[in-house]
Ligand binder design. Structure first.
Ligand code: ASP
Length: 327
């Protein structure tokens, strides 16, 4: 019997064409048209099509993501469905994929896919990416791997992958440890597993979590914005090993006094943050003030993680242990 895959369409370049009047890419293809670009799909699997949206990924807000999550969860819980594929704009794909990786507890393959070239461009990669995602979804080897991202015949873990290039077809990389596997000859081949995975059992998230990137010579004014606007959490993308300009420290103290949870990651592409430096603004001082350390996550993913944790618990020790674990 053929396996059944639910494919949920959300939009992105995979569903775009160049508009002849404005000469720029906009949403245009519907689900059936995208599926129609993959030859012999009906021989491989039974497909259930779910039209969620046809939006560029920067248009997807946190409420929409949670709405999408509930649909994915219901499909996962459906005994007739073997795996779920989500087509998604590549700009924020890693955030949605990581969000679902934290929230979902399932052995069924859940796979995100998109395209870097729209349908009007030579070499539209939507068809090859979608067919690779289908091959991955059908493989028994894809079970119990966490949420996966399949692009350019590479299989990456949602928890590790990031968009690294604005135009390249192989933009999705796991810079720290590399891909889990590849799709070759219509087969998903795995070379390693994720040892560290995290599941947080909630269907509620806290949306008021900000993200602030450090730069040379910055001062603390911006922190007052987060305090005055009732933010519950803030991720600071610090410099290097986890250090900030000294002028930021008074603002960090004010935010912590207002019970804003502050998580620290690095603006470097790879490597963990740690309390190595003892100078003013150094990681040791931040640690002693109560700033949490987010390992090697990029800022946008650390923010997702804090949104989930703050939706799950208000207990400070639990927040710290969840934020700092698996890093
Ligand atoms: N801007 C597009 C989006 O994220 C990019 C893409 O899908 O590749 O929707």
């Amino acid at each position: 019997m053929k396996k059944k895959i639910a494919i949920i369409f959300t939009g992105g370049t995979i569903a775009m064409k160049i508009d002849p009047t404005i000469h720029a890419a906009i949403p245009a293809l519907n689900a059936q048209e995208i599926i129609g670009t993959v030859k012999n799909i009906e021989l491989m699997a039974e497909i259930e099509v779910i039209n969620f949206s046809n939006l560029p990924s920067p248009h997807l807000n946190m409420d929409m993501l949670m709405e999408l999550y509930l649909i994915v969860k219901s499909k996962i819980e459906d005994d007739n469905i073997d795996s779920v594929i989500i087509t998604h704009g590549t700009d924020t794909l890693e955030e949605t994929a990581y969000l679902f990786d934290l929230l979902l507890e399932t052995k069924k393959p859940v796979i995100f896919v998109g395209a870097m070239r729209n349908y009007s461009e030579l070499g539209y990669d939507g068809s090859s990416n979608l067919s690779a995602a289908i091959c991955t979804a059908l493989s028994p080897n894809s079970r119990d791997r966490g949420v996966l991202v399949v692009m350019n015949n590479e299989i990456n873990a949602a928890s590790e992958v990031t968009k690294t290039n604005t135009l390249s077809l192989d933009t999705f990389k796991s810079p720290e440890f590399g891909p889990l596997g590849i799709v070759d000859n219509d087969e998903a081949l795995y070379y390693r597993n994720i040892v560290k995975r995290q599941h947080i059992n909630t269907s509620k998230i806290e949306k008021r979590v900000g993200l602030l990137k450090c730069c040379a010579g910055m001062d603390a004014d911006i922190l007052d914005f987060y305090i005055e606007n009732n933010y519950k959490g803030l991720i600071i993308e610090a410099m290097g090993r986890g250090n900030v300009p000294p002028n930021l420290v008074p603002g960090i103290k004010r935010a912590l006094e207002e019970n804003i949870v502050i998580g620290l990651v690095s603006r470097c592409n790879t490597g963990r943050v740690l309390y190595t430096y003892g100078y003013e603004g150094g990681g040791k001082q931040l640690r002693d003030l109560g700033v949490l350390f987010g390992g090697n996550l990029p800022g946008q993913k650390a923010r997702i993680k804090l949104c989930v944790i703050l939706g799950f618990t208000q207990d400070r020790d639990e927040i710290k242990s969840l934020f700092e674990s698996v890093v």
